[in-house]
Design a protein around this ligand. Structure first.
Ligand SMILES: Nc1ncnc2c1ncn2[C@@H]1O[C@H](COP(=O)(O)OP(=O)(O)O)[C@@H](O)[C@H]1O
Ligand SMILES: [Mg+2]
Length: 260
């Protein structure tokens, strides 16, 4: 079994979409796969997928000792893809100090137990839709997963911060396990002439150098797809249809990931 987490330092880069589409690509090639929504600040799988049947969530599992993991798994939510949801986010006065430090230590231990259980259930792949920014939660999910994908947009806003946060995180993780940390350009502009191509390529090459210097490997790049973006505005988007708009891209990414 492989565990991978999809991460970014800011919201909106495309973590959730990447996690879901990689999940769909995986089940389409016969891998038994579960996607865990572990973004406690902005859980969004519930908005995209309306067929949640299990009341128990990932948070319930992490903080209780007597829950059977199968009671969290919503089977066949898109095709053969299974999903574990998270509860709606806490807002108001509890938002910042949501859980004590000790809670997160126990949560990591429980997550490792979950990983064993999922492996026993025959899963080939676990995909964690991670929380943006630095938090105990996001770092726990990085430790849980031996593969991470950092989703980035070609924009001057946010990449510098990403670089410094990554330095910290990878210093902590270094030497813990054999791991593979990728970055993925997402929502890449579709250019219409040579000048635009040059601007984009210069930007991407500059950051490719800086990110590979941190030890990240380039996973690939996904264009900004207007049709996909518009169709996701539907109340009940058909994710299988949308996957088909862009499936070659995700199939290629999956090939690279499975080669690790
Ligand atoms: N390659 C893409 N093309 C078009 N729209 C995209 C693409 N990737 C993400 N989006 C859109 O960007 C928004 C944020 O994506 P999402 O996956 O929710 O980000 P995150 O989970 O990182 O906050 C969504 O509206 C999604 O539809
Ligand atoms: Mg998200």
């Amino acid at each position: 079994m492989r565990a991978l987490t999809v991460y970014s330092t800011r919201g909106g880069n495309g973590k959730t979409l990447t996690a879901l589409f990689l999940g769909i690509a995986a089940v389409k090639r016969g891998l038994k796969t579960v996607v865990i929504d572990a973004d406690f600040e902005a859980p969004s799988l519930t908005h995209l997928l309306s067929n949640q049947t299990k009341e128990l969530t990932w948070v319930d599992y992490l903080e209780n000792d007597n829950i059977d993991i199968t009671d969290l798994i919503n089977p066949n939510i898109i095709g053969n893809l299974d999903i574990i949801f998270s509860p709606p986010p806490r807002i108001g006065k509890n938002f910042l100090g949501w859980k004590a430090d000790n809670w997160w230590k126990k949560a990591l231990q429980k997550a490792i137990v979950a990983k064993k259980e999922l492996e026993l259930l025959g899963y080939d792949l676990v995909i964690i839709d991670n929380q943006s920014g630095t938090s105990y939660n996001s770092v726990n999910n990085m430790v849980f997963s031996e593969i991470s994908i950092m989703v980035l947009r070609p924009s001057n806003y946010g990449l510098g911060a990403t670089e410094s946060i990554l330095k910290e995180i990878f210093n902590t993780l270094k030497g813990m396990n054999r791991r593979m940390d990728y970055y993925l350009w997402n929502q890449v502009h579709r250019v219409s002439d040579q000048d635009e191509r040059l601007l984009l390529d210069q930007f991407l090459e500059k950051w490719d150098d800086r990110l590979t210097a941190l030890g990240l490997k380039k996973l690939g790049s996904v264009e900004y797809n207007i049709k996909l973006n518009l169709e996701l505005l539907n109340d009940n988007p058909d994710l299988n249809d949308q996957f088909n708009l862009i499936k070659d891209n995700y199939n290629n990414l999956m090939d690279t990931i499975l080669n690790f």
